[in-house]
Design a protein around this ligand. Structure first.
Ligand SMILES: [Zn+2]
Length: 476
């Protein structure tokens, strides 16, 4: 008996301590942010909620969730959890609470025209938040400082949006993008990492034409500074990048060139050449299984971005959220969509389902699969809407709804090293959560029915966020 009491006492101290070390109070919010706030009270009680906690555990019905000073103060059965006097109480009967989405291949830019990417930090940060994203990593930037500035403006309460893990401009070899720099060698790669991390970048993205020497130098310098490196690679194979210590690879196995037989070192054989080998790959065969083991042993996370590849695949439904685009950009995507639908010989007809199977095999083998959307390609990947679609597509790929939610929340937090603060619904963590009018554990499509997005305990109205940019995404 005595032992039990003292153990409880110690656990209570640990729990109290963890609240102080992990969670952050929301900053003072500017009037520009307040315009989108639906719920703001020191103590909020969500009652009769179905809690889907993000760990993959079964939903718990009829729960009370207490938010105090921006953090989750308690979660428990309605019958046994007291609602503090004066709490702002919201009855969630029939509704669910899931953790805020944590998505890691996001961008604050969009393909506006031939080779031109419009800088849409203002509208996109609102759209991400409206879709339930409370933390995001940008997966490369083509402007220089906007990602870094948006990160700081959101953090200080000047602008609405998810917490941002901000990337530096892409690290790449010779390329044809007019908004992308070309590295001059390993020392230059090291200097770029030094410069951008000094400026505040918290993440690095390497790209398709980088050499092994440049990649090694970038990883070495980034790790020395405690920063992680991801890559959308082609010139360097997945196995080579794992050997050099990369932390993350983007787009599942779509860009892997490991299976191109006459691949020349440091040279990208062309995206299509690699993709043909992926479409023909056997997920149960030794070559693929060996690569998966190599990645897992080297602790390399894999980002699923099925949303962008769905827009290249004939016969798929039209993506959600197109109405927020400017009329010109919407028209441009509608034309792309019609062209894709008519492409009967598209490799994506076999590649898309194959890539889903490969991502699932990687996760089943014990690899860390994380999720993102990648609003690039030929357009049509609309922040916020696409994040919900990505969760649905993980279910299409064979994951259970609870697994898909876990990949899109807690796994992202683990990768970013933020899982002590966010990523799951547990007392002591930050109150980043999404109220959903439905049950996504039973019907994953319900993730689209977002009613309130809580970030640091402040509840945002998704309808107002979307309305503020509707028809304008593409301009700012
Ligand atoms: Zn991208």
């Amino acid at each position: 008996m005595r032992t039990t009491i003292s153990l409880h006492f110690i656990l209570a101290i640990v729990a109290t301590f963890s609240i102080h070390v992990t969670a952050q109070r929301a900053p003072q919010l500017s009037p520009a942010v307040r315009a989108y706030v639906a719920v703001d009270a020191t103590v909020v009680a969500l009652t009769h909620a179905r809690v889907i906690d993000g760990t993959g555990a079964a939903p718990r019905e009829d729960q009370t969730l207490i938010i105090r000073d921006g953090n989750i103060a308690a979660i428990g059965n309605f019958a046994s959890t007291e609602v503090p006097a004066g709490a702002h109480t919201i009855d969630l009967t029939g509704k669910s609470a899931i953790p805020g989405l944590i998505m890691v291949h996001e961008h604050l830019y969009y393909p506006n025209g031939p080779g031109v990417y419009g800088q849409l930090g203002e509208s996109f940060s609102r759209l991400y938040l409206s879709g339930g994203v409370t933390t995001m990593r940008t997966g490369g930037n083509v402007n220089g400082f906007m990602d870094l500035n948006m990160m700081r403006l959101v953090e200080s309460g000047q602008k609405p949006g998810p917490a941002i893990d901000a990337t530096a401009p892409y690290l790449n070899g010779p390329n044809t993008f007019i908004q992308m720099r070309t590295l001059k060698g390993p020392e230059d790669a090291r200097r770029q990492v030094q410069y951008w991390t000094d400026e505040g970048a918290t993440s690095l993205k390497t790209y398709m034409q980088i050499t092994r020497g440049e990649l090694a130098a970038a990883i070495n310098e980034a790790h020395r500074r405690g920063i992680k490196v991801t890559g959308h690679l082609c010139s360097v194979t997945y196995a080579e990048a794992a050997g050099l210590g990369i932390d993350n690879l983007e787009h599942g196995f779509f860009p892997a060139t490991d299976f191109v037989t006459d691949k020349k070192p440091d040279q990208c054989p062309g995206q299509g050449v690699g993709q043909k080998t992926i479409a023909a790959l056997d997920e149960n065969g030794a070559p693929f299984k060996n690569l998966v083991q190599t990645l897992i042993k080297a602790n390399v996370a894999l980002t699923s971005t099925l949303t962008v590849f769905e827009t290249f695949t004939p016969g798929r439904p039209k993506p959600p959220g197109l109405e927020v685009l400017t009329p010109q950009l919407r028209e441009q995507f509608e034309q792309n969509y019609a062209r894709t639908a008519q492409n009967k010989d598209s490799l994506y007809t076999t590649l898309f389902p194959k890539a889903m199977a490969l991502e699932r095999a990687f996760a089943k083998a014990g690899g860390l699969l994380i999720a993102g959307t990648d609003p690039t390609g030929g357009g049509g990947v609309i922040p916020g809407f696409a994040n919900q679609r990505q969760v649905e597509l993980l279910v299409d790929a064979g994951f259970t709804p609870l697994e898909a939610i876990s990949i899109s929340t807690l796994n992202g937090a683990r990768y970013l090293g933020r899982d002590k603060t966010v990523g799951s619904l547990v007392a002591g963590k930050q109150a980043d959560l999404v109220v959903i009018n439905g049950n996504p554990a039973a019907a994953i499509g319900d993730v689209r029915k977002v009613e309130i997005v809580f970030k640091q305990g402040v509840g945002y109205d998704p309808t107002k966020l979307i309305a503020s940019v509707s028809g304008k995404a593409g301009i700012w």
